[in-house]
Design a protein. Sequence first.
Length: 175
Amino acid sequence: MSGGRVREMTLDDCDRVSAIRVRGWRTAYRGLVPQPYLDRLDVSEDAERRRDLLTHAPDGMVNLVAEDDAGQVVGWACHGPYRSGEPRTADAELYALYVDAGRLGTGLGQALLGESVRRCAAAGHARMLLWVLEGNARARRFYERAGFHADGAEEPFEVDGVIVPEVRYSRALTG
């Protein structure tokens, strides 16, 4: 990423983060999840959820944004303790990472992921896990280039009554 910076997300960032997230879903998941679901995604509703989640974030949840040289938010990542159902574990989890679709391939995703990895390692987590749609080849390549590997765990993700398989990726943060 040339120029710009990664910083913690604020409530003022929620609208822009939601626009990036919704566009990201519509771009990355076209053909993987039902189109009517993608068509129903609403930036305003998502922004309200982001504000609520940011205001009432569970312990350890961190939201980061990437800004370009002009200070515009162009990416978002969220990480925290790994969720194995409701209980938390000692591992970290990357919950989400989205970059403005027009800025893919510019290093923004690497910068956000790198900062999430750095913070999770500094917090003492031994590894970071994440879930990615099985058919999302671009995201899978991105995570594999960053040292993550599919660890064999799979989980069904239901969208509008359609099962969309997810695979879990893992990366050691120490040693």
